[in-house]
Design a protein around this ligand. Structure first.
Ligand code: ZN
Length: 244
């Protein structure tokens, strides 16, 4: 796709996302940049993969009335895919696997989180299998895992229907499932967790409405949910590359 058309199309889609309150103003800019890279490098097939991820993820998120996505959240999910797309002109086969594996992982993770929120039983931590409150990072449910695998399957199916090769399709699906698993494991082990000294609440950020600094109880200080999502897309891309 020509650069001018790629930028125009991506900007239009991102602005629509902003109007629908799926994205913050910063999120619009980040989504336009990711979209332009994918549309330019990967053409209509890439645009279809990204658009389905963007629309399905936003609809699932909006159904639970969650906040619009910020630039940091958009880049955490989209930077690896954009990098893959930009490399397509120099190394098409490998770069396509990076792009598809990263999008499949982001889609699997988003679908797992949003669909898993409707599970009746509380999630279990992927590492210790202990029951944890809904929304805990690293917590998995059967419903969420099946939903996430469905998300990876949809990415893979679009790739196949849009003329992708069969082994690349299977590689993308594997990347999505492994990326989703990597997200849970990294969320349970590496992601920073905090406790508020005032009210005792367990937190995933370093402060709550009590207004006092929370105490870190686990994980790596700078490693938040966005970094975990980036790790998941890298794992998805790496798995797709290695699978083929
Ligand atoms: Zn508190």
């Amino acid at each position: 796709m020509s650069a001018v058309l790629a930028v125009g199309l991506a900007a239009g889609l991102a602005l629509l996302g902003g109007r629908l309150r799926w994205l913050t103003p910063g999120g619009v800019v980040a989504a336009a940049a990711v979209g332009a890279a994918v549309f330019w490098g990967a053409g209509l097939r890439g645009a279809l993969l990204l658009a389905v991820f963007f629309v399905s993820g936003s609809l699932l998120t909006a159904a639970r009335e969650r906040a619009p996505r910020t630039a940091r959240q958009v880049l955490a999910n989209g930077a690896c895919a954009a990098a893959g797309a930009l490399l397509i002109p120099v190394a098409a086969a490998s770069a396509w696997l990076v792009l598809a594996g990263a999008i499949a992982a982001a889609q699997a993770d988003t679908w797992a989180t949003e669909i898993g929120a409707y599970a009746r039983r509380p999630p279990r931590l992927v590492t210790t299998w202990v029951s944890v409150p809904p929304g805990t990072s690293g917590g998995v449910t059967l419903l969420g895992s099946v939903g996430g695998a469905g998300g990876a399957a949809v990415t893979a199916a679009i790739l196949l229907l849009a003329g992708g090769q069969r082994d690349a399709t299977v590689a993308a699906f594997a990347g999505g499932v492994v990326g989703m698993l990597a997200d849970s494991v990294a969320g349970a082990t590496l992601q920073a967790t905090y406790r508020c000294p005032a009210c005792g609440a367990r937190l995933e950020r370093s402060s709550d409405s009590c207004g006092v600094a929370a105490i870190r109880t686990g994980g790596v200080a700078w490693l938040d949910n966005d970094v975990v999502n980036l790790i998941a897309t890298l794992a998805g891309a790496g798995t797709a590359l290695a699978w083929r």
